[in-house]
Design a protein around this ligand. Structure first.
Ligand SMILES: *Cc1c(COP(=O)(O)O)cnc(C)c1O
Length: 401
């Protein structure tokens, strides 16, 4: 009879945890072939700025259905590149969501411009186009939506607004590789779309990022921006036997290596299976949790398919006797590596100090922030891992009900 009482007592209070090893919230999935692809590059003539760059960019562009893909050393560098070639400069404003990683808004600050935070919709937690419209001013240059958790933002509405106001839409799709929007692949919809290859994302190059676009001018400027503002790269010069180059604008060294590109390229054929598995996990979570009124599950619009970077649930604080933090700690103690995405960006001390945040109020984002917990979601999670999460969530919710 003791076993019953220990299995129902929360691990937080000395009970037996559901898992003895922590299940992370995200994890990369690499095979021996992926490692071999990296070794092959290390044994070749080019370990950076070689042939793997073009190969990876071509395969990536064709996967998302865009004309160009330009690789960067990180998703953050790719965001900076996109914001810069959109023509964002000192004095401009860019309208973005507060419910994101700070890198999204920081990319605007890198150009000495001002991020303006518009609230998110309650259902998908992505930028609310009517809130964006309210913030458009003569200084506005771009709109920077985030496909939160892998669910596309209201892209058509934002593109329509952008067309009317002469703005550029830069989509932060760092969560949304493989997502679909009204029959189109994310990466082929906005003026520029940004991806990340950090290990928690769908595909990894260690650190890395990509901008996709159909615009030839943006693509050329992005290639120059990632290479100090120089038009021709070292390999092109070597093959034509030239030493001469000109720096025409101020750029950065934001190049991705051939090592990283080989690693990314090697994972591309498994990408669809990866996203398929994430959809299965999301389905299992939904089947198990939909009867719990303590949880509000992610909402998927009928015209969209999420690529499930995250599985964020919102705690119904009217139903449970506890805070998000207490439930979070209890789940961690059970061995479930939950996480929280995100602290609204304008609440970070740097933003509070630098801007008068009093004029920023995004009630939906702030309310979600008090309720959100991200459950584990990654390709190599087994059905047993999913069951552990379900068991732990049910156990913890029962305790706090
Ligand atoms: C991961 C991420 C980034 C930054 O990507 P890095 O490759 O880590 O630089 C930007 N925005 C969001 C929303 C992200 O999740």
């Amino acid at each position: 009879m003791n076993s019953l009482s220990t299995s129902t007592a929360l691990a937080l209070f000395g009970g037996e945890p559901v898992r003895t090893t922590l299940l992370p919230y995200g994890h990369q999935s690499l095979t021996e072939d992926d490692l071999q692809a990296v070794l092959d590059v290390l044994r070749s003539d080019w370990i950076t700025t070689g042939p793997k760059i073009d190969e990876f960019e071509e395969v990536f562009a064709s996967y998302v259905g865009s004309k160009h893909a330009v690789s960067f050393s990180s998703g953050t560098a790719a965001l900076h590149g996109a914001v810069a070639v959109a023509g964002v400069e000192r004095g401009h404003e860019v309208i973005t969501t507060p419910l994101t990683f700070c890198a999204t808004a920081n990319s605007v600050l890198y150009q000495q411009a001002v991020p303006k935070f518009a609230d998110v919709t309650q259902d998908t937690l992505t930028l609310d186009p009517s809130e964006v419209e309210r913030l458009v001013s003569r200084q506005t240059k771009a709109i920077l939506p985030v496909d939160y958790a892998g669910h596309p933002a209201d892209l058509d509405e934002l593109l329509l607004l952008a067309e009317r106001e002469g703005l550029v839409v830069i989509e932060d799709a760092t969560h949304a590789l493989g997502a679909r929007y009204r029959g189109r692949d994310v990466g082929s919809v906005s003026h520029m779309t940004v991806f990340s290859f950090h290990p928690v994302k769908h595909l990894t190059t260690g650190e890395g990022g990509m901008v996709t676009t159909d615009n030839d001018t943006y693509a050329r400027q992005l290639r120059s921006f990632r290479n100090h503002g120089i038009d021709v790269d070292v390999r092109a010069r070597q093959t034509t036997g030239q030493w001469y180059y000109e720096m025409k604008t101020l750029g950065y060294n934001y190049r991705l290596t051939d090592i990283g590109c080989a690693l990314g390229l090697s994972q591309m054929p498994r990408l669809n299976k990866n996203i398929e598995r994430r959809r299965e996990i999301a389905k299992l979570y939904k089947e198990n949790f939909q009867t719990l009124d303590a949880l509000r599950l992610p909402f998927i619009r009928p015209d969209s398919e999420s690529s499930w970077h995250l599985y964020p649930v919102r705690i119904n604080l009217k139903v449970v006797q506890g805070t998000r933090d207490e439930i979070f700690q209890a789940l961690r103690a059970e061995g479930i590596g939950v996480n929280m995405h995100y602290i609204p960006v304008y609440l970070h001390p740097y933003y509070q100090h630098r801007f008068n945040s009093r004029d920023t109020s995004c009630p939906n984002a702030e309310r979600s922030y008090r309720e959100l917990i991200s459950l584990p979601m990654f390709q190599s999670m087994t059905d047993e891992d999913v069951q552990d999460v379900v068991t732990a969530v049910e156990k913890v919710i029962r305790h706090f009900s």
